[in-house]
Design a binder for this molecule. Sequence first.
Ligand code: GLC
Ligand code: CA
Length: 573
Amino acid sequence: MTNKNEWWKNAVVYQIYPQSFKDSNNDGIGDINGIREKIPYLKDLGINVIWLNPIYESPMVDNGYDISDYYKIHESYGSMEDFDNLLKEAHDSGIKIIMDLAVCASSVEHKWFKESKKSRNNKYSDYYIWKDPKPDGSAPNNWGSIFGSGSAWEYCGEREQYYLHLFAVEQPDLNWENPDLRKEVYDNMEFWLNKGVDGFRLDSISLISKNQDFPDDPNANKNDYGSPYFGSSNGPRVHEFLQEMYDNVLSKYDVMTVGEATRTPVDKALLYCQPERKELNMVFQFDHMHVDYGKFGRYSDLKFKLSDLKETMFLWQKKLNGVGWNSLYWDNHDQPRFVSRFGNDNPKYRKQSATMLATVLYFQQGTPFIYQGDEIGMTNVSFDTIDFYKDIEAHNMYRKFSDMGLPNEEIMCYIHNKSRDNARTPMQWDTNLFSGFSHAKPWIELNPNYPEINVENDIKSEFSLHDYYKDIIKYRKESKIVREGDFKEISPEDSDIFSYTRTYEGHTLLVLGSFSDKKVCYNIPNHLKDFNRELVISNYDSNIEQNENGSTLYLRPYEAIVFYVQQKIINKR
Ligand code: GLC
Ligand code: CA
């Protein structure tokens, strides 16, 4: 297939975490048939692509990112027939599906690993990254695991060698240096593409090529592990591998690809997403996820500075414009809920701040990603004790911080702010027990605010976030300015207001959002003062507050406004 019209530039993606979306058979675990039931809901929202987190066979150490068979469906999610039906029904509703391709590591339960660990000279011996111990028997280098579980190396008595795992011990990294392994990956991609899936989100893709010298991280503190990213982020052969993947597989299909690119600055990101390089369509960047990192990394209680957030988002908008393509996201299954993190989840401000954030993000250039529940403003959860948490990372971090002697209160504060389980509590559909997610007790507790925050309540309320999302999605689909327009930042130093323009062939959108819970002034930029303004969207239903000549606006708490600014030669969109 060569009819590549870049349909993914018009896509609005909805991310589904299958375990927590909708349980059809009441075993407490979300499943594929549950997703099928909700296709009309998704169609009504206006999204046109689903990104499905992994649904493959897995022992579920890392909720399905530890895959034991890339050709099978995890049994509690349903059968291959269910999947085929889902794909068909989604397509019939005009919705495409992209799959998660998690091939940086597999599960220890994968048959490749079971063979690989047996000996140094079988067919699968080199499918993983094995190294001899140092002369004193210790691990080959100082890299620590990303999940905070200690060394990134695990000793295996059978081979008398260590294997590398950047994430959990149960997730050995695949050895991309081995052409047979790469061929296995490409074959598996073909398998799913031939079923008709519409692309992939490539998990941890910036980490697949390791520096073959496996050097120690020189910046590690004494007696501590070094960064696992050292020697694995944007490694020496990553682009060669992706180009090979493109030649062998992707070039033959009209599909969408988005690579998870941890620790990838914008200049390096361009190497993944410039179309002429024939690698990926876009990446998930992380710079804006780093604005509230503290001394222990993501697990912190720091509040971000708006100027930092704008600086990074503006940079990506400008650098990729016309040469690459952005992904637009506030959160996902690995991040806390965006309204709690970047907005204000106090009931007084929740709806306004959630819609403001949606506005300032989704009028940027790129492909929007909406994580399940964002469209009704689901919030973070604060479970009382660590026992309520399910995520392996939360438990490892808890143990690590306890070993460091941090008080329980401080640790729980970090967990409440940043645990990935914030995003993984079940989708809140209605006010019934278990919120319409299931009739049985879910695998993880619901957020106790479900009687107030749920789809049913939201849709019937006077100010529905869901409907606001619908409006933005609809507008995006019809607007060349949003799709193609140039980006220009306004007052990047302003500590309350996020503002920019998008301009396409003389037509301009002025986007502004207040991050303040107080009333703040906004001066219309000089070059736009004399033009007529037409309101495109606003998250307050009463009139805009402004001075007599309209040159200054008084933005109410978390107010968002988008104007279409008519230029002198009036020539409508
Ligand atoms: C990716 C996934 C995350 C997972 C990790 C290790 O970052 O998004 O959920 O834990 O890979 O597999
Ligand atoms: Ca189920």
